[in-house]
Design a protein around this ligand. Structure first.
Ligand SMILES: Nc1ncnc2c1ncn2[C@@H]1O[C@H](COP(=O)(O)OP(=O)(O)OP(=O)(O)O)[C@@H](O)[C@H]1O
Ligand SMILES: [Mg+2]
Length: 322
């Protein structure tokens, strides 16, 4: 995922717009007991960056905050403000440079973290939420922020909540009030609940990570029969199915058939290097709305999901977008 982003676009981005959009997604999915407070400075400088990547950073931090607060709920506070980074602070937080930066901080009133967790939290695959967590959320945050020439600072102690502060260098080309260089708004996202089936654990894991990063929630199954059972048990729990084709025991097509037999019209994306070889007739009959070739990239995945949602009415899909 990182390597695919080498040629990421750099445009003047209004961080407040990106944060707003991510907050909206979180508002829609977080328990009502989470109180969300946003303080965005009025005349914020632009940052030069990739709004999709920055969206991911917000989503990962918000998700962690909401998860940390859990059932008990609490307060999520988001602040964006300009700061003057001193030479000393910059030298302690490479690659950050001295000068004008935009700082956004995400604070939660959750349980905080002991030092043992603080020491490791940016490590890829480090998670205290196994098996649901991939432990990649914060390594993505770290990677993206580094790529933007910024820095992440964490403050947390047990019982005292957690604050992540992200510093991003301000763009000096873009103006402060900025009407002239308004960035292209990120695509509007609709969060969906996806059931992802792939017998290869690494793909299931990567798929889950990508889907999360795209703002969706994903439940993965390595065993198609278990995926089918999940739909049978809770037909309204999912908005979309993404399945591999060749799997031991049950193929993706058999899974699709099983789902239709249950009477569900949920859209299905067939994700396989061989998806092209499946006859159009079967694709149509089984209500498969997209063929997603493997290996897939995050943008393709995101676009296919949005398209699949858009065709939902045509396949007679039941659930309305959340
Ligand atoms: N706001 C927070 N409050 C308390 N602990 C946190 C917070 N954010 C992160 N952590 C700790 O850091 C660990 C690593 O976070 P990271 O986002 O990388 O992975 P994850 O949340 O466990 O999994 P994933 O993001 O893939 O769902 C978490 O498992 C958790 O223990
Ligand atoms: Mg996380």
């Amino acid at each position: 995922m990182f390597s695919n982003r080498q040629h990421a676009e750099r445009r003047p981005v209004r961080l407040a717009d990106v944060a707003q959009e991510a907050l909206q997604l979180i508002r829609n999915s977080a328990p009502a007991i989470v109180e969300i407070e946003a303080h965005f400075g009025e005349r914020l400088p632009f940052v030069l960056g990739d709004s999709t990547q920055l969206h991911q950073v917000f989503m990962n931090l918000f998700t962690n905050a909401v998860q940390a607060m859990g059932e008990a709920g609490g307060r999520l506070e988001v602040t964006i403000e300009p700061v003057d980074v001193t030479a000393e602070f910059a030298s302690q937080h490479p690659p950050l440079r001295e000068g004008l930066s935009v700082r956004f901080s995400v604070s939660d009133s959750g349980p905080g973290m002991p030092k043992t967790v603080l020491d490791r939290l940016f490590e890829p695959f480090y998670t205290t939420k196994a098996p649901a967590g991939t432990g990649l959320g914060l390594s993505v945050v770290h990677g993206v922020v580094q790529n933007h020439g910024g820095a992440v600072v964490v403050e947390s102690s047990p019982g005292a909540g957690t604050t992540f502060a992200v510093y991003l260098p301000a763009s000096n080309s873009a103006s402060w009030s900025g009407e002239a260089s308004r960035p292209i708004a990120p695509e509007p996202l609709t969060s969906c609940r996806i059931l992802f089936v792939d017998d290869e654990t690494s793909i299931a894991r990567l798929g889950q990570l990508m889907l999360k990063s795209l703002g969706h929630s994903a439940t993965t199954f390595g065993d198609p029969a278990a995926g089918l059972a999940a739909i049978r048990a809770n037909p309204n729990e999912y908005d979309l199915v993404i399945t591999d084709l060749t799997m031991p025991g049950m193929t993706g097509l058999e899974l699709a058939q099983g789902i239709r037999t249950l009477g569900s019209s949920i859209p299905i994306i067939l994700c396989s290097g061989y998806a092209d070889q499946v006859p159009d007739e079967s694709i149509k009959r089984l209500g498969i709305v997209e063929r997603l070739p493997k290996p897939f990239q995050m943008q393709t995945l995101g676009a296919d999901i949005q398209r699949a949602r858009a065709t939902e009415g045509k396949t007679g899909g039941g659930q309305s977008p959340r």
